[in-house]
Design a protein around this ligand. Structure first.
Ligand SMILES: Nc1nc2c(ncn2[C@@H]2O[C@H](COP(=O)(O)OP(=O)(O)OP(=O)(O)O)[C@@H](O)[C@H]2O)c(=O)[nH]1
Ligand SMILES: [Mg+2]
Length: 197
């Protein structure tokens, strides 16, 4: 089919599940803790730094942000959990939106669960993977910010993480750097293969 990831455009935002767009094409959901690098990965995959808002301030993405990739599928960039700039109320709202997303009955073709490779997975990450394992949803585990490690450190770290985390046996695991643009081709191909292969 040949997905041109460079042809990715902003599609819209939704601040609750009922205002999410109609699903006429497949959907790939990016989930993970605030600051994990979700928005950066959207930009890196599309090779366009101006697409999704990235910030030093965690909690930037407060709604579901949709991107249309080459008119072939949507990326839904979920609000990161575990952080709120403002108030407790807002924090609960953000995480509720992320939670609701998976139980709303919306058709999700693939979940990319992102985790910063430098940090040990949070309780939410562990919970999310448990949920994914039991949900029947297809997911990829994506470790981000791998530029912080040498190749050797990276392999060691991946070994450690696979002991800490309960990946489903056929879950695909990727190691990427949005900054150094490594691991992106593998991830693009795997997404395309999963959706259209
Ligand atoms: N070194 C390095 N830093 C990265 C990488 N990807 C993202 N970052 C940094 O991590 C921070 C958070 O990135 P975002 O992409 O905004 O993270 P997010 O998951 O979208 O965060 P929320 O929108 O708060 O949920 C920013 O300061 C990025 O520059 C990477 O591959 N390498
Ligand atoms: Mg973001």
């Amino acid at each position: 089919m040949g997905v041109n990831f460079r042809n990715t455009v902003f599609f819209g935002i939704a601040s609750d599940v009922s205002s999410c767009p109609d699903q006429n094409i497949p959907e790939v959901v990016f989930s993970g803790k605030s600051n994990a690098g979700k928005s950066s990965l959207v930009n890196a995959l599309a090779d366009n730094k101006r697409l999704a808002r990235v910030s030093q301030t965690p909690g930037k993405t407060q709604s579901v942000v949709y991107f249309n990739v080459d008119r072939k599928f949507y990326i839904a960039d979920l609000p990161g959990y575990g952080y709120a700039r403002t108030s407790k109320e807002k924090k609960e709202k953000f995480s509720k939106l992320a939670e609701d997303y998976f139980t709303s009955g919306r058709k999700i073709d693939l979940v990319l669960h992102l985790m910063d490779i430098r940090h040990d997975p949070s309780a939410e990450d562990v919970g999310m993977l448990e949920f994914l394992n039991g949900s029947g949803l297809n997911y990829f585990v994506v470790f981000t910010k791998c530029d912080k490690f040498s190749r050797q450190q990276l392999n060691k770290r991946l070994g450690e993480l696979s002991k800490i985390l309960d990946f489903s046996e056929d879950a695909a695991v990727f190691a990427v750097s949005s900054e150094k643009k490594t691991g992106l081709d593998d991830l693009r191909s795997a997404i395309e293969e999963h959706l259209f292969g």
